[in-house]
Structures are given as C-alpha cells and as structure tokens.
Design a protein around this ligand. Structure first.
Ligand SMILES: Cc1ncc(C[n+]2csc(CCOP(=O)(O)OP(=O)(O)O)c2C)c(N)n1
Length: 278
C-alpha cells in the first residue's frame, strides 16, 4: 500500500517525465496525460495486483486506457515500474519505436491497442466476462475520457456490462470537461452523466480525481455492490499540475517550448518527495 505523500511525489515525477518526453519528441497529448496522471498513479502504485517481472501473469488485474491518446503518463509509469527500460522513453514517437503515440500491446504491461475512442469499455467487458467464466478473481479497470462518452459504442458496452452482472469491471471517467476542440458540453452534451450510468444499471461514484485519499479508497473498495459494474466519475482538471497548461483546450496536444518546460520543471520539482522509493 502506498501512502498519499508517496503517490503525490510519484505523480509529480511522472508529470515531469512525460513533459520532457513530449518536448523531446515534439509531439504528444500534454493536457490529456496530465489530466489522468493521478488516477493512473494510484491504480498502478496502490491498487492493481501486477507482477513487473511477469507481465502476463494470469491472475493480474487488467487495465485498458480507452482514451488511448493520453499514452504518455501510461508509458512513464510503465517505465518507472520497470515494465520497460527508462531509456526507451527517449524513443517516444521516433521511427521504428515500440512507443508509438497510442498504446499497443507490443509494450510489456499493455493489454490492448487503443486510440480510436469508444472501444475500451467493450474490450473490458469481454475481459471481465472471461474472468467470471474462468472463476478468476482479477478485476478489469478501464479509463475513458468524458468527450469519449459521445461514442455510441460506449453505451452498447454499458448495457452489456450491466446485463452480465460484471461486478469485477470498474470504469473510470476522466471528467475534465474539455475535449479536443473545446468544452465537452459544447461539442456534444453528455449530461446528466451520473443519471445515464445509473439508468444503465451501474453503481456510480463521484470523486475528486486528483485527491489520492479519495482515489485510493474508491478504487480499492470495488465491487461496491455484488452483481453490478462500477463507474467512477473522477472530476479532474485537464493539464493538472502545471499552472499555464491547466484547463486550456489548446493544450490537448500542444508541445511545450523550452522556456515553458523550464517553468513546468520549476513548478513540479519541489513536489517530488524525498521518500520517492519508499
Ligand atoms: C473514434 C474517434 N474519433 C475521434 C478521435 C479524435 N480524438 C482524439 S482525442 C479526442 C478528444 C477526447 O476527449 P476526451 O475523451 O474528453 O479526452 P481528454 O483528452 O479530454 O481526457 C478526439 C475527438 C479519436 N481518437 N477516435
């Protein structure tokens, strides 16, 4: 179990690493990755049962990054944990790299290729159903964007998850209220989101997606109700952690300049805890 201070320090380190990686590659989804860093950090360092030296361990919890464009936080966590070499982060988006701009399962620790929005939940439903059929205890976590809720296939999967009573399935929505071109509600209205998921037969929890205490408690206390899948609406800030990137749709896939990177380093460095390996 990781304490809250450890998670905060680790998340700051991941944010710093992903910004450096994007700066080097001259491409990436800056705002989207900073948005979900706290959720992924809590999942990977505190909640999920995994074996770094045995990525395909049969009993492992599964994770699907359905908002696959935000792959940078994911790669930086996998590298920090040891699934891949930290040096490999320098190859992000270069010719013939494994670390392309969206998750792919050639990378150890990644279950499934994603990037076209709206597919992750269907994949997760299949995995959770397979666990039930095989009498396995592992859980399946899937992270979606709030803009992604506009994809029709999300709702087919929502029906199936409830229909099959998949209480080993935990969806998380990174609810930063922005998508690629602007406010989610302006591009395609998705409210009332809580009511929609409840009416589709899911247990719905709403939390602060940057509060490690809330994330830890909520992500580890699933299933909330036997026979029902859980959907966690995590309220977040797109670009979280860097003042001039926060809450700006333009930073969805903007790359920081050298001086912007320096400013981000100044803001994030003090947050990296001394007990980083503890
Ligand atoms: C099927 C599909 N349509 C369009 C896109 C292009 N696209 C990439 S990211 C994005 C916005 C996603 O917004 P959101 O789900 O809110 O994620 P955020 O980055 O804000 O966390 C879009 C429309 C895509 N990847 N897949």
């Amino acid at each position: 179990m990781a304490d809250v201070q450890f998670l905060a320090g680790k998340a700051a380190e991941i944010r710093l690493n992903l910004l450096k990686m994007i700066f080097k590659a001259k491409m990436g989804h800056t705002g989207s990755s900073l948005s979900d860093t706290d959720i992924l950090t809590t999942l990977y360092y505190d909640v999920m049962q995994l074996r770094v030296d045995e990525p395909d361990w049969e009993e492992r919890d599964r994770f699907i990054l359905s908002k696959g464009h935000a792959v940078e936080s994911y790669y930086c966590i996998l590298a920090d944990m040891g699934f891949i070499d930290k040096e490999e982060l320098n190859t992000f988006c270069q010719y013939q790299t494994r670390l392309i701009g969206h998750p792919n399962n050639k990378v150890p620790g990644i279950e499934m290729n994603t990037g076209a929005l709206g597919h992750g939940l269907s994949i997760a439903v299949g995995m959770a159903k397979a666990a039930k059929m095989d009498n396995k205890d592992y859980r399946v976590f899937v992270l979606m964007g709030d803009g992604e809720q506009a994809e029709g296939s999300v709702w087919e999967a929502a029906m199936a998850g409830a229909h099959f009573g998949l209480d080993n399935l935990i969806g998380i929505i990174d609810r930063n209220r922005l998508q690629i071109t602007g406010a989610t509600e302006e591009v395609m209205g998705i409210e009332p989101l809580v009511g929609k998921w409840r009416n589709f037969g899911w247990q719905v929890l709403e939390i602060d997606g940057h509060n490690y205490g809330e994330l830890k408690k909520c992500l580890s206390s699933t299933p909330v109700e036997e026979g029902k899948p859980t959907m966690i609406l995590a309220n977040t800030i797109k670009g979280k952690g860097v003042s001039f990137i926060e809450n700006k749709a333009g930073w969805h896939h903007r790359v920081p300049s050298a001086s912007e990177l320096n400013q981000a380093v100044e803001e994030l460095s003090p947050l990296i805890g001394v007990d980083i390996d503890g």
